[in-house]
Design a protein around this ligand. Structure first.
Ligand code: BES
Ligand code: ZN
Ligand code: ZN
Length: 449
């Protein structure tokens, strides 16, 4: 143990970084001591975060090459995967549109002392998942003038071609024919035409069921529409397609990790704008399910595009549905920026999800779904209204979606508080986080029965 620890100069607390130069006995010019916190609490999830922070520390010092040494109990497959994910996640900067780049780590090596079987595969899995999460972050961070619904479909198609997924894009006419009135109502105020993006993974076994549907909110910009949002921070509403981007990222990894069950991604992509053709408060639309919806606030648009995507997912044979959406400001009030809100109609699916998200270190908190909450969505003039008032706003929004999922096991993630960071953390850049890409991938890849 170096002298600095014995003297108390460094404490080993989590994320503490100490860069030593020319340490006797080391061939490397520099040695970074990364604080990992309490030994009892240190597992693969903590390792991922610490490695991200270490990479960000080195990158900020113009270092281009690093080697991680994992020894003893810390060289299992799980640790190697998490470390590689962490290195890749920490190496992401939101600078795609900057002329001068800050410079990233170019080479990252993992040295393990114990020769466990499957370490190459573990490393490869970490690379696939880390890159998938960064792909989701990159798409989510695209400016809204460039990432229109059509452009989002083009990104999905290019990814699908590269990784061997089937991609289908339903255009406005097709959606009109099908009767997706709720989705189309949101899009009608924008000059940008809406699309429903589908990505399909089919296992080699040809197995048809269970069939997992991943649904992601793809509002490429949310002005609020006629119920327009205040100007402050409206730029953040470019992240209103982060759920869709996360679904795209997950599919990129799923294509490579090949889970045993079919997985279909559905991303309704629209822009929510005010304008002469925009939908009004008071409008009534007919959804694909046949249910009519009275629009009382055009800013509650996420649920309107998701309800038609959920109905369509059921029509094409999905037996289990998980959606991710930057759905409500109310979830930020309830859970802050730490936990994603989880809502479900099905105990078994919730169980699978809890397992997946805990294994991946993506923080989630289950929200209540008592039947009484849905009373708030009763409309005088239609089957449902699209808002349920301020109390329990994230729960009434979830209930709106559940009315369309019906008997199909369904789980909803409100990521409004967790999809992006307002300020950089030691382990992650400011901007989109890529939540919940890793949990999505874990859920599909580890699906048993
Ligand atoms: N995209 C927003 C939700 C949001 C808020 C995401 C803050 C990220 C950060 C959503 O479309 C919205 O505007 N929801 C309204 C619903 C209300 C009108 C019932 C909200 O939360 O205020
Ligand atoms: Zn909105
Ligand atoms: Zn929105």
């Amino acid at each position: 143990m170096p002298l600095a620890y014995e003297s108390g100069e460094i404490s080993g607390k989590s994320m503490e970084m100490t860069l030593l130069h020319r340490v006797a006995g080391f061939r490397a010019g520099r040695l970074l001591l990364a604080g990992a916190g309490k030994r009892e609490r240190f597992a693969a999830n903590e390792l991922r975060t610490v490695i991200s922070a270490a990479v960000r520390h080195l990158k900020g010092r113009k270092i281009k090459e690093a080697t991680l040494s994992l020894d003893g109990g810390y060289s299992t497959s799980e640790h190697v995967t998490a470390a590689v994910e962490g290195a890749i996640i920490g190496n992401f900067e939101p600078e795609a549109f900057k002329t001068e780049k800050s410079g990233l780590i170019e080479s990252f090596t993992v040295n393990v002392t114990a020769d466990n079987p499957g370490l190459d595969e573990a490393l490869e899995r970490g690379r696939i998942i880390g890159e998938a999460q960064n792909f989701a972050r990159e798409v989510a961070n695209e400016p809204p003038n460039q990432l229109t619904p059509i452009a989002m479909a083009a990104r999905a198609r290019a990814m699908a071609e590269q990784f061997g997924l089937a991609c289908e894009v339903l255009d406005q006419d097709h959606m009109k024919q099908l009767g997706m009135g709720a989705l189309l109502g949101v899009a009608q105020g924008s000059a940008e035409p809406p699309v429903l993006i589908l990505l399909r993974y089919t296992p080699e076994s040809g197995r048809k069921s269970p069939h997992l549907g991943l649904v992601g909110k793809g509002v490429t910009f949310d002005t609020g529409g006629i119920s327009i949002k205040p100007a402050a921070d409206m730029d953040k509403m470019k992240f209103d397609m982060a759920g869709g981007a996360a679904v795209m990222g997950a599919m990129q990894a799923i294509a490579q990790l090949k889970p045993p069950i079919p997985v279909t991604a559905l991303i309704p992509a629209v822009e929510n704008m005010p304008g002469g053709r925009a939908q009004r408060p008071g409008d009534i639309v007919k959804s694909l399910s046949g249910k009519t919806v009275e629009i009382l606030n055009t800013d509650a648009e996420g649920r309107l595009i998701l309800c038609d995507a959920i109905t369509y997912a059921k029509q094409i044979g999905c037996t289990h549905l998980v959606d991710a959406a930057t759905l409500t400001g109310a979830i930020v009030v309830a859970l802050g920026h730490l936990n994603t809100g989880v809502f479900s109609s099905d105990a078994a699916l919730l169980d699978r999800w809890t397992h997946a998200s805990q294994a991946q270190g993506e923080k989630m908190w289950q929200m209540p779904m008592d039947e009484e909450y849905k009373e708030a969505l009763k409309s005088v003039n239609a089957d449902l209204q699209n808002i349920g008032g301020r109390p329990g706003g994230s729960i009434t929004a979830a209930w709106f979606l559940r009315e369309f999922a019906g008997e199909t096991p369904w789980l909803h993630l409100d990521i409004a508080g967790t999809a992006s960071l307002d300020d950089a953390k030691p382990w992650m850049a400011k901007g989109p986080t890529g939540v919940p890409v890793r949990s999505f991938v874990h859920l599909a890849v580890n699906w048993k029965d």
